[in-house]
Write a protein that binds this ligand. Structure first.
Ligand code: HEC
Ligand code: HEC
Ligand code: CA
Ligand code: CA
Ligand code: CA
Length: 488
């Protein structure tokens, strides 16, 4: 374990040096501050006690309320009073239930014509993650299928996403069907864990067949916490962790997903979504309005949402823009407020950081190589527009880069630069509160893992060695590692 740890340290240092040589060092800091940031974000080697500020994942923005179902719904602790007001307006819009056009309540109409849900909060339940349909639950709210054909375009008829709802008078596109097969996995100590391997199909197609070569990618909604801080991690610090050709030979590469930002038309580092296909909270929110709810915004001006030329009935439905003569269904400042809300949700304080089991679990996490992708800490940009996001030591436990996670997790569907095997390392902050907030413990991009142990055992590809290290641990050490994750 000691050797493995040393290798990781060497790897991280080498990554840092490589970037220094490229000259791509973050530009917001003096040399002196840069040195301080490097020191404070260096991986720890002392697992005898908690690190300074480790209990505060969002720095000064960390929320300190008792853990309960509202734990993900608090604003950053360091917002100004005026910003709290803005947050509350954004919250109301995030929870708003949109209705179809025409309607007497013009301020809320424009839903669809095709949609997955009527509001943001329907999927990002309690500002937490979505889930696959529960037993006996027919509707797929909080999870959907992305669609595309080779080359990157959407299905010629069904577009980029399967909408399982439609406004009155229009047929929904179809229904996602999930079939699970139990696959037993034996750990080194003989313990057997059963993983459920999903397969996806579409039933009740209303607009003819899907393209023969269509690719499906299932996604549950991500938790909403800390996103404004993630946005303020300097791209240089994320890119410093990338090692696309695995130059250091540790089996882990990590690639950036470069995407064209709709705000500027320029390429930016993707960091949001399960494949890092979106560069900003604002663009992700605007595309959710259009694709998931069918609401146009000034940034993604698609009042027909995901309707395609192949869906004439959909394009013949009324939209909110027709009623309001070309004004977006969600006109300014709706997108600004929702974006602000999504950027200023806080991250709850950690629990039990000093518990011996948690500290042992943290050592096991580093020892197994989990921290090679689940990068513990960053310091946000000093130039962040919002003072609440500025120069904070944050602990997301993610590098936000793409990793080949092996055949088991592959969706075989590329997105921007990500291939069909790659997924973005998701942040782990708050993960221990999933059950408290969401009432379930379904993890990974499609919610297939029913608990943290299953989530770890699904890791393959670049993470195979880390997964195998976990499978080789004693039951006690595995429990400690889970106790550490539960404390995040
Ligand atoms: C039908 C369900 C659904 C609805 C409704 C929905 N989302 Fe999402 N959201 C998702 C899914 C699924 C993802 C992951 C998408 C991906 O991987 O590309 C996501 C991702 C996000 C992310 C990125 C989070 C991260 O950690 O990277 C943001 C921000 C977001 N949604 C905001 C919104 C906003 C704002 C609204 C309302 C306008 C909204 N969403 C409505 C399902 C939904
Ligand atoms: C090679 C990079 C890599 C390594 C190493 C790695 N992970 Fe991950 N981890 C990921 C990626 C990528 C995902 C998302 C996969 C998906 O959703 O299909 C993920 C997902 C997870 C999740 C579920 C997160 C969520 O929001 O659903 C947990 C928990 C987790 N990892 C824990 C660990 C632990 C513990 C280890 C060490 C034993 C580890 N990971 C090692 C890249 C890595
Ligand atoms: Ca569609
Ligand atoms: Ca490497
Ligand atoms: Ca609409």
């Amino acid at each position: 374990m000691q050797l493995r740890l040393t290798l990781i340290l060497v790897a991280l240092l080498a990554g840092g040096l490589a970037v220094a040589q490229d000259g791509a060092v973050r530009g917001d800091l003096t040399a002196e501050d840069l040195a301080r940031v490097r020191a404070v974000t260096a991986p720890t080697t002392d697992f005898s006690r908690a690190e300074n500020f480790e209990g505060k994942p969002a720095g000064a923005g960390t929320t300190t309320f008792a853990a309960n179902a509202d734990s993900f719904s608090h604003f950053l602790d360091n917002l100004s009073f005026e910003q709290e007001e803005q947050f509350k307006l954004g919250n109301a819009l995030f929870r708003k239930i949109w209705v179809s056009s025409p309607s007497s309540t013009q301020a809320s109409d424009g839903l669809g014509p095709l949609f997955n849900a009527r509001g943001c909060q329907s999927c990002h339940i309690k500002d937490g993650r979505g889930h696959p349909p529960f037993e006996g639950q027919a509707e797929n709210v909080s999870m959907f299928l992305r669609l595309s054909v080779p080359g990157g375009a959407g299905d010629p008829v069904y577009g980029t996403q399967l909408q399982d709802f439609a406004v009155p008078g229009l047929m929904a596109e179809g229904r996602m069907v999930i079939d699970y097969v139990e696959v037993p996995v034996t750990l080194d100590d003989g313990t057997v864990v059963s993983l459920r391997q999903p397969s996806y199909a579409v039933a009740d197609l209303s607009y003819g067949p899907l393209a023969e070569d269509v690719m499906l990618s299932p996604r549950v909604a991500n938790p909403m916490i800390g996103l404004g801080l993630v946005e303020q991690i300097p791209a240089e610090d994320i890119l410093a962790l990338a090692d696309p050709d695995d130059a250091d030979g540790d089996g882990i590469s990590g690639r950036a997903n470069w995407v064209v930002a709709p705000e500027t038309g320029t390429e930016m580092l993707g960091r949001f979504g399960w494949k890092a296909g979106m560069a900003s909270v604002r663009s992700q929110s605007a595309s959710a309005f259009a694709g998931d709810i069918g609401i146009s915004t000034p940034l993604v001006n698609r009042p027909f949402g995901d309707c395609t030329e192949g869906q004439a009935a959909c394009l013949a439905m009324p939209t909110g823009e027709q009623e309001r003569l070309g004004v977006s269904e969600a006109p300014d400042p709706v997108l600004d407020l929702v974006t602000f809300y999504a950027q200023t949700l806080g991250v709850p304080e950690r629990r039990d950081v000093d518990e011996p089991a948690v500290l042992r679990g943290k050592a096991a996490f580093y020892g197994a190589g989990c921290a090679s992708c689940h990068t513990p800490k960053f310091v946000t940009s000093r130039n962040a527009e919002n003072p609440a996001h500025r120069f904070q030591l944050i602990w997301p436990y993610a590098d936000f880069l793409l990793h080949d996670m092996g055949e088991g997790l592959a969706d075989h569907r590329p997105e921007e630069q990500a291939d069909g095997f790659e997924w973005r390392t998701p942040p782990l902050w708050g993960i221990g509160l999933t059950e408290t907030v969401s009432g379930h413990t379904f993890f990974l991009h499609d919610g297939r893992a029913r608990n943290l142990v299953e989530a770890i055992l699904w890791h393959g590809g670049e993470a195979q060695a880390a997964r195998d290290a976990f499978a080789a641990m004693s039951q006690t050490t595995r429990d400690d590692l889970v106790a550490f994750l539960e404390s995040l």
